[in-house]
Design a protein around this ligand. Structure first.
Ligand SMILES: Cc1cc2nc3c(=O)[nH]c(=O)nc-3n(C[C@H](O)[C@H](O)[C@H](O)COP(=O)(O)OP(=O)(O)OC[C@H]3O[C@@H](n4cnc5c(N)ncnc54)[C@H](O)[C@@H]3O)c2cc1C
Length: 413
């Protein structure tokens, strides 16, 4: 059993950002990672994935993108390399290939068991990721055994799917990106559309992320939301990081031949059913988008940017000739696989039950857990909208490192 001040679980951007902040404060810690640094980018994501945030938006404490394409979008392997370089830049004390199996309160601190020995620590920082386990709806269990089901964690590329059409469930960033990819690969694609956030790649000559960053929209605090759950349930941004900066809206996907349907509400054998909310959802996403673009225009005018930027021009509303099918027989439509792009949940089987709420999420406020010395990082809208982004986790890490410092001072007093 080794003793250390802080154990950080997870060697992704969150765990490393936390490590860097503790290094800067001269604190003693170890990062335990079950795979390699940036493991999710190496083994849990599809082949063609690129960041949807521009490279300049990869700022981490003490580290930023210095490559030749600040406005480009790193491929997933480049993200893993970027994180590896980050870990090296401050000689992060890392134990890769080490899985945390359990953590329990131990006096004023924690006792952490791994498959490679135990640790005693005052603080435990959970940085195991917001996108942990695919969330697959109940309906999946009703599908005929002959339909191949994949999630965004297991999908790699079009060739790895059985021949034929594909039903993609979920039209946020991932579902829309993969509908685009599979349709370009010559597949018939049906896309079941739930709540989504439509965004243009660029607006008035600037990447949309530049606007969201500059206008402080990504800094919106969880404390400013009437219901914090709204923030945690916010759909991802319907964007793709591609060199030609193409938009990824459902209107252009539909115009190219992707068939849109409502939200999937049931499945029995070969038949799936959709709700009738497609039109309403498309209109709702457009309404939100146009409100955002008006806000951008007001910001541009107020900050003297109008003369330097192209004039405003609105993307077209997404309108469809019909409200989508109510029902679809997959076999008759030649669809042999279903891709669940329905988001993620988190599991912490190694944490004590009292650390978790009734849904299995860590009880926390601003990353401080319910037990002394327990912290969490990288959750969606944990403190601010950008908390789970590469470009946002650093500020949370700095604040939590400050909290750890204060806890040590208090325990030492
Ligand atoms: C498809 C997709 C695309 C995304 N694109 C972007 C983007 O363009 N820009 C952006 O800013 N964000 C993006 N994100 C969001 C976010 O940046 C990523 O989810 C990122 O991986 C989160 O980093 P993290 O360090 O919080 O968690 P993770 O990367 O999930 O890291 C957690 C680490 O913990 C390890 N771990 C888990 N359990 C244990 C255990 N018991 N013991 C030891 N180790 C453990 C895992 O192996 C993993 O390496 C994307 C997310 C997804 C899913």
């Amino acid at each position: 059993m080794r003793t250390i001040e802080t154990v950080i679980v997870g060697g992704g951007q969150a765990g490393l950002a936390m490590g860097r902040c503790l290094t800067d404060r001269g604190r003693d810690y170890v990062v335990l990672e079950r795979g390699r640094v940036g493991e999710r980018w190496r083994s849990e994501r599809w082949d063609s994935l690129r960041l949807l945030t521009p490279n300049w938006m990869s700022r981490l404490p003490g580290h930023s993108y210095r490559g030749p394409e600040p406005d480009g979008f790193m491929a997933k392997g480049e993200v893993a390399d970027y994180l590896t370089a980050y870990a090296r830049s401050f000689a992060a004390p890392l134990e890769e290939g080490t899985t945390v199996l359990s953590a329990a309160r131990d006096g004023a601190g924690w006792r952490v068991e791994t498959d490679r020995g135990g640790w005693r620590a005052r603080n435990l920082v959970v940085a195991t990721g917001n996108c942990d386990v695919p969330r697959v709806p109940e309906a999946a269990s009703g599908l005929a055994a002959g339909v191949q089901q994949v999630t965004t964690k297991t999908y790699r590329n079009s060739e790895a799917l059985p021949e034929g059409g594909v039903l993609i469930v979920g039209a946020s960033a991932t579902g829309a990106q993969l509908a685009d990819e599979l349709h370009r690969a010559g597949r018939d694609v049906v896309l079941a559309v739930g709540r989504h956030n439509r965004l243009p790649r660029s607006y008035r000559g600037r990447d949309i992320m530049w606007w969201l960053d500059r206008m402080g929209i990504l800094d919106r605090s969880i404390d400013d939301l009437r219901d914090p759950e709204d923030g945690r349930r916010e759909p991802s941004l319907q964007l793709v990081g591609a060199a030609e900066r193409r938009p990824l809206d459902l209107g252009s996907l539909a115009a190219r031949g992707v068939r849109l349907a409502g939200r999937l509400i049931g499945a029995s054998g070969s038949t799936v059913r959709f709700d009738d909310g497609l039109g309403e959802r498309l209109a709702g996403a457009d309404e939100k988008l146009f409100a955002l673009l008006e806000r951008v225009d007001r910001y541009a005018a107020a900050h003297g940017l109008d003369d330097r930027l192209p004039a405003p021009s609105r993307p077209r509303s997404v309108t469809l000739p019909d409200s989508g099918p109510e029902e679809l027989n997959l076999a008759a439509a030649g669809i042999r696989s279903v891709l669940w792009a329905t988001g993620f949940r988190r599991t912490y089987p190694w944490l004590p039950a009292e650390a978790l709420d009734e849904r299995g999420e860590i009880r926390q406020r601003h990353g401080r857990g319910a037990q002394p010395g327990l912290y969490v990082l990288g959750l969606q809208f944990m403190t601010r909208r950008r908390s789970s982004f590469i470009d946002g986790v650093g500020r949370d890490a700095e604040e939590l490192a400050g909290a750890i410092d204060r806890r040590h001072a208090a325990l030492a007093a």
